[in-house]
Design a protein around this ligand. Structure first.
Ligand code: ATP
Length: 807
């Protein structure tokens, strides 16, 4: 076999081959590395540097072994130098340690956990297909939202998907995205909802868990949800806990199964536990002056941004509404957990944007929120504990800025609270209030509440919520409900009398039964102690309905005059729903007035039935029988029938009135009868005339026929109707006299008939004699109508003459 034949053009091939050989000898340009290769290389380099991190030498973010993408994000967000907590914790987190981070408010803890998250997932080359790699849990929606915004800012160069999972949003949309979200920022409740309900969503691949405001997340309020969440998380994960008031509870740490956590507390040895540029002071004022002090403060700080903390939602709502009506000349906003999510976000956003405004808020705004340029934090109500105080005041003087904080304390709260604050290294000074500058709002609020029932209801709810809140506080050294002058407090917020609070009454009873010999410790609180007494106890035992019993007590219970004042005031149930049950009458109550007749409340067996009860019974029976008593139905033209309650006819039947009505009805019936008779006579008359004319015509024809003359004119007779002469057309009308059987009326009826009869006779004669109809008054008009039907007198005479001539 010829190879050449088999391999044609070998020469050319060799030539090509030579070229190839020549090319091969040239240096080959370096192939551009794939993206993943670069990432691999970068990650490898970064990893090697982790062990060399020395936080004391870190001055800029670039001194950390951070990915280029993270550094890009930081510089785009204008973060160049790390804060203390960032410097201390980022290195440890990159090395993979579990961290307990603590630093003052506004010191940059958010970046301290966000940067390690981005780096961790970058290192692991995380993609959307890998699912949830990092989880950040926040105690409030606002804080979760804020964290999410910062994450978006610094993570802008990364390819990870991030999601905000908080309540109040469309859960279905969230469900669809949950499985492909790499970084989830959430509140505990909503996360648990997804863990339980979202198909395909698991936390199995979780790499890093962050609890922001960790002490709050791990406290009792979230215990149940958090235990359930932790159960669903993989044990092999990194956990970072951050807070300004970090937990050191072994129990908490055990719950999270932390592995050799590093405690990073950058301000542990600082002189103060609050920001250095924060000025703090407190004033002591009576409970009933609080609202006046707050108003005066707002009026004196119209060009400031003020955040006011109030203990409960209902009080926030009321003060917001009451101040809004009074128009302080400043934007007034309210934020609390009872509001819907959209409104919450709107208010939060508006307060962030405003230069001058006042925001009344509950503790949902106490933690973590980074609201720009807040000048003042006012704590209208004493915080639950020192931690809450630290977080509240931390909303101002953030990140090296100035700020001021004012705490309003009751005389009963002062000693214990101030001691606790000082023990926790909080520099706080008392300032005196210039009483002359305080505006008393009492009258205005009272007037507003009186004119607006909704406002009054809000005030009542606020009052009760505040008392309840104080009552439920754990720290009894600070919060002593028995030291509150509730009556004065109620008046100060616009209420004439304090609403009853049942739980306190029960509490007082318990205390009283425990110490029977002691003097009543609650004697100062008229509302609670005064409405209790023999009467109440009796009624409580006897009555099955608690609510009914409460009203009874409120209305009747009064052993002495002064006590009755509060008891006779309006009464509101615990939920604030029943607001206006007893009208207040401020009168002197005679001795023994308030005693309840227990028999009266419980048994009706031996009582004589009153007339009123009897009437009610009858009405009930009538209702059952579908009969309405004492009702007049008025028919008016063009209107629908209307029922009219006759004032005089409230009870029983009024014979006189019934008689009068019968008379009226009788008269109208007779009038109708008269009209019908007239009509009948008219008809009869017409018929007679027609008959007569027909006879005459007949006669004429006959005569003409006999005379052999043709009658050229044929008269046409018009019949008014085909009435059967034998049948009386008025038969269907009942005789009213027969119906009413009224003897008095019989006479008059007969008289009327008497009047009718002669006329009828006369007219019959007239008709028979074909006399002039004009004389008949009754038929005057109709006569004209029928005049053309009959023959004229000359005609008749002529006809008669002709007949006489003939016969
Ligand atoms: N490295 C930084 N450089 C400049 N500003 C920073 C830096 N880190 C954080 N900040 C700013 O400091 C402010 C407070 O930060 P951050 O909200 O993280 O504080 P925090 O410690 O979490 O406060 P809190 O305890 O109240 O939650 C923010 O406005 C943030 O932008």
């Amino acid at each position: 076999m010829d190879i050449r034949k088999l391999v044609p053009n070998t020469g050319r091939f060799n030539k090509k081959n030579d070229k190839f050989k020549k090319n091969k000898q040239k240096p080959v340009p370096e192939v551009k590395k794939k993206k993943w290769q670069l990432i691999d290389e970068e990650v490898a380099v970064l990893k090697t540097k982790y062990s060399e991190i020395n936080s004391s030498k870190v001055e800029k973010f670039t001194d950390f072994p951070l990915s280029k993408l993270t550094l890009d994000g930081l510089s785009a967000s204008k973060y160049s130098k790390p804060t203390d907590i960032q410097r201390e914790s980022i290195g440890l987190a990159l090395q993979g340690h579990d961290i307990l981070g603590a630093a003052k408010t506004g010191s940059g803890k958010t970046l301290a956990f966000l940067i390690p998250i981005l780096e961790h997932l970058y290192r692991e080359k995380w993609t959307p297909l890998d699912g949830m790699g990092a989880l950040i849990i926040s105690p409030t929606r606002e804080l979760a939202f804020q964290t999410f915004q910062v994450l978006k800012k610094i993570g802008t160069s990364h390819d990870f998907s991030a999601g905000l999972v908080i309540g109040g949003k469309h859960v279905r949309e969230e469900k669809e995205r949950m499985t492909t979200t790499n970084i989830v920022v959430c509140t505990p409740g909503r996360l648990l909802e997804h863990m339980e309900e979202t198909f395909n969503f698991t936390a199995d691949s979780l790499q890093i868990l962050v609890l922001d405001e960790a002490d709050r997340i791990l406290d009792l309020g979230f215990a149940e949800a958090m235990n359930a969440i932790i159960e669903n998380l993989p044990a092999s994960r990194q956990t970072l806990l951050f807070s300004a008031t970090q937990t050191k509870s072994v129990k908490d740490l055990a719950r999270l199964s932390l592995k050799d956590p590093m405690y990073v507390s950058v301000h542990e040895h600082a002189t103060h536990s609050t920001p250095a540029k924060l000025e703090q002071s407190y004033i002591v004022c009576e409970l009933h002056h609080k609202i006046n002090v707050l108003w005066s403060f707002v009026k004196n700080h119209l060009y400031s941004k003020v955040l006011v903390f109030i203990s409960c939602c209902k009080l926030v709502s009321y003060i917001h509404e009451a101040f809004r009506i009074l128009r302080p000349g400043q934007t007034i906003l309210a934020l609390h957990g009872g509001m819907n999510q959209i409104k919450r976000m709107e208010v939060y956003d508006m307060f962030c944007r405003k230069k001058h405004a006042v925001l009344f808020a509950t503790d949902i705004a106490a933690r973590g929120l980074d609201i720009p340029a807040v000048n003042w934090v006012v704590q209208m109500d004493c915080p639950e504990d020192v931690n809450t105080y630290i977080h509240r005041v931390g909303r101002t003087a953030r990140f090296e800025q100035n700020g001021e904080a004012l705490l309003i304390l009751l005389p009963s709260e002062e000693e214990a609270m101030v001691k606790q604050l000082i023990d926790r290294k909080i520099p706080i000074n008392q300032i005196k209030v210039n009483q002359q500058k305080i505006v008393n709002l009492k009258c205005k609020l009272e007037a507003n509440c009186a004119s607006c029932l909704e406002l009054k209801a809000m005030a009542q709810r606020a009052f009760k919520a505040y008392i309840k809140n104080i009552y439920l506080m754990k720290n009894k050294k600070v919060f002593d409900v028995t030291k509150l002058d509730t009556e004065l407090y109620a008046r100060s917020i616009g209420l004439a009398f304090p609403p009853r609070i049942r739980f306190l009454q029960k509490h007082n009873k318990q205390l009283a039964s425990q110490k029977p010999s002691d003097t009543d410790p609650y004697s100062k609180h008229k509302t609670f102690s005064d409405s209790e007494g023999e009467g109440e106890e009796q009624s409580e035992n006897e009555s099955s309905s608690e609510q009914t019993e409460d009203k009874m007590v409120c209305a009747y219970d009064s052993g002495n005059h002064s006590k009755s004042k509060a008891a006779l005031g309006f009464e509101v149930d615990d939920e604030g729903e029943q607001l206006f049950s007893v009208k207040h009458v401020d009168v002197d109550v005679p001795e023994g007035f308030g005693k309840i007749d227990v028999n009266m409340l419980t048994s009706t067996k031996n009582r004589t039935i009153t007339r009123e009860e009897e009437v009610k019974k009858k009405q009930k029976l009538a209702r059952k029988a579908n009969v309405s008593l004492n009702k007049k139905i008025v028919f008016e033209e063009g209107k629908e029938e209307s029922d009219e309650e006759d004032v005089d006819e409230k009870r029983g039947l009024n014979i006189e009135l019934a008689k009068k009505r019968m008379e009226e009805a009788d008269k109208s019936d007779k009038e109708l009868y008269r009209q019908l008779i007239k009509q009948r006579k008219r008809d009869e008359k017409i018929k007679l005339k027609e008959k007569k004319k027909a006879e005459l015509d007949e006669m004429r024809k006959r005569l003409a026929a006999e005379d052999g003359e043709e009658d050229e004119e044929v008269e046409v007779v018009f019949h008014k109707g085909d009435v059967d002469d034998d049948q009386d057309p008025l038969d269907f009308i009942p005789d009213p006299d027969q119906i009413y059987n009224n003897t008095d009326e019989e006479a008059s009826s007969e008289e009327e008939e008497e009047e009718e009869r002669p006329k009828t006779k006369k007219r019959k004669v007239e008709v028979e004699s074909e006399s002039d109809d004009d004389e008949d008054d009754d038929t005057g008009d109709e006569d004209e109508d029928v005049s053309g039907v009959g023959a004229s007198l000359p005609d008749d005479e002529e006809l008669a003459l002709r007949l006489l001539q003939k016969y």
